[in-house]
Design a protein around this ligand. Structure first.
Ligand SMILES: [Zn+2]
Length: 122
C-alpha cells in the first residue's frame, strides 16, 4: 500500500494492518459487502481477526481459520458454505493480485460486484 495509507490499526488486536492481503476491510469491499462511499470511514481489521469471514477462504496460501460456535461453517448449510467459500476465496485471491498493482480503488471489486455498483450509479 502507498505510504499515506499506512498506519491503519486493527480494531480487534490493535496492530498495524500492513498488507492489503491481510485487510478484512478490503476483502469485504472486493466481494461487495462494503460500499465505496464507506470504505474510507470504516474501521480496519485483519482478515484473521474476523474469523467468521476468514473461515471461508480456502487457498493453499492461506492458513485455514477455524471458528467454533454458532458461526462455525461446518454447522451451516453446505450449499451456502460452498457459495460463500467460492466468493470469499476469489475475493482474497483478488487482493493478492491487487497487492502492488496501480489500478484505481474503484476497480478493486470483483467484476460482478463492479457491474452491480455501476448499475446502481446509473
Ligand atoms: Zn488484528
Amino acid at each position: 500500500m502507498a505510504k499515506c495509507e499506512q498506519g491503519y490499526l486493527c480494531e480487534v488486536c490493535g496492530l498495524d494492518v500492513e498488507e492489503i492481503t491481510e485487510s478484512d476491510l478490503y476483502l469485504r469491499y472486493v466481494i461487495g459487502l462494503v460500499d465505496p462511499e464507506t470504505l474510507h470511514t470504516s474501521r480496519e481489521r485483519h482478515i484473521v481477526c474476523n474469523p467468521t469471514l476468514a473461515q471461508f477462504i480456502v487457498d493453499e496460501a492461506f492458513p485455514p481459520v477455524v471458528v467454533t460456535g454458532p458461526f462455525d461453517k461446518r454447522t451451516l448449510d453446505p450449499a451456502d458454505v460452498r457459495e460463500r467459500e467460492s466468493l470469499v476465496t476469489r475475493g482474497w485471491r483478488r487482493l493478492r493480485d491487487l497487492a502492488g498493482s496501480e489500478i484505481s480503488v474503484l476497480e478493486y471489486p470483483l467484476p460482478e460486484m463492479r457491474a452491480r455498483l455501476e448499475q446502481r450509479i446509473l
